[in-house]
Design a protein around this ligand. Structure first.
Ligand code: TYM
Length: 333
């Protein structure tokens, strides 16, 4: 069976809608037909120097949202990255296969280091995509469901996989394919609809957070920036705000954008926003309730994560042994 791997960072107290529509929805679907492995990548989150208690809390909250959204622990493996030490081990090996220029070209690194300034940046931010490649290659992953912003990182993972196979022999690792669903690959900020919705760059009014108070979710949708025109039409270039709302509407209602546009012919933006707010709130409420149940039973949650880590680690060790052997690292007695 083909294998799926994906991950998210525990960098916030709630996932935002882009994380959900761009990736998590696909995780849940793909586990039906694939062997699925999903991770909360806490080692990646260290690159932004989180507070101790905040990191611990967000790691559980992130895992809870995966489960609440429908990741089924009886079917998929769910684990915390730092519980599987092979990730950091393979990342070191892969860093020796990565060119400085290659890592320096990553646009997320450039954006993030520009945000914090050169003195605030760290080597971990630079090697971040190498650790991500390790996450993926450890599991002989065929398919990686992510949003558009991870495309370049995925490309690096593929290049590294091919390089390993060239240098160490075919079959050393599997070359992964990105799974990026065009319609929802980039959900935009509600206030600045030409920028992606992002926990680190969006302000509170630009976001829809899964665990937010429904009133705030509705308020943000109703206050979303649109344009001075009045026609409801899907035109991402000319009408980014309205088009983003239509994308979200379509994703949550399961209806085609054309149908939605036809239904709102002659109506005002306000109508669309009021209806969308209700659709989103109705959809997210049960997810939020289930996430809260998991958050309120951390022992149960930790048990799921422990079982996931133990199975993931067994798979990862087989890959790491194969790579170490092909590299010529002397095996321990
Ligand atoms: P992260 O934690 O920033 O985001 C998690 C997932 O959400 C997607 N995403 C979006 N999709 C659509 N519209 C948006 N506005 C939006 N914002 C975020 C991201 O594309 C991602 O799929 N480097 C990764 C985490 C990672 C990873 C991995 C992913 C580490 N190792 C291995 C896949 C495989 C990241 O920072 O995602």
């Amino acid at each position: 069976m083909t294998r799926v791997f994906s991950a998210m960072q525990p960098t916030s107290d709630s996932l935002q809608l882009g994380n959900y529509l761009g990736a998590l929805v696909e995780w849940v679907k793909l586990q039906e037909t694939h062997e699925a492995i999903y991770s909360v990548v806490d080692l990646h989150a260290l690159t932004v120097a989180p507070d101790r208690d905040v990191l611990t809390r967000r790691t559980r909250v992130t895992a809870a949202q995966f489960l609440a959204a429908g990741v089924d622990p009886d079917r998929s493996l769910l684990f915390v990255q730092s519980h599987v030490p092979q990730h950091a081990e393979l990342a070191w090996v892969l860093s020796t296969f990565t060119g400085m220029g290659e890592a320096g070209r990553m646009t997320q690194f450039k954006d993030k280091s520009a945000q914090v300034g050169e003195s605030g940046t760290n080597v971990g931010l630079f090697t971040y995509p190498v650790l991500m490649a390790a996450d993926i290659l450890l599991y002989d992953t065929n398919v990686v469901p992510v949003g558009e912003d991870q495309r370049q990182h995925l490309e690096l993972s593929r290049d590294l996989a091919q390089r390993l196979n060239t240098r160490l022999g075919e079959g050393t690792v599997v070359v992964p394919e990105p799974h990026i669903v065009k319609a929802t690959a980039k959900i935009f900020d509600l206030q600045e609809p030409t920028k992606k919705m992002s926990k680190s760059f969006s302000g509170p009014k630009g976001l829809i957070e899964i665990l937010d108070d429904p009133k705030k979710v509705a308020k943000n949708i109703k206050a979303a920036a649109t344009d001075s025109d009045t026609v409801i039409r899907f035109d991402p270039e000319g009408k980014p705000g309205v088009s983003n709302l239509l994308t979200i509407y379509s994703a949550f209602s399961g209806r085609a954008i054309d149908q939605i546009v036809a239904d709102y012919e002659g109506k005002m933006y306000g109508h669309l926003k009021v209806d969308l707010a209700e659709i989103v709130v109705d959809y997210l409420t049960p997810i939020r309730d289930r996430a809260m149940e998991w958050i309120e039973s951390p022992e149960r949650l930790d048990e799921v994560l422990a079982q996931g880590a133990s199975k993931a680690s067994a798979i990862a060790q087989v890959t790491l042994d194969r790579i170490y052997d092909r590299l010529g690292l002397l095996p321990p007695l």
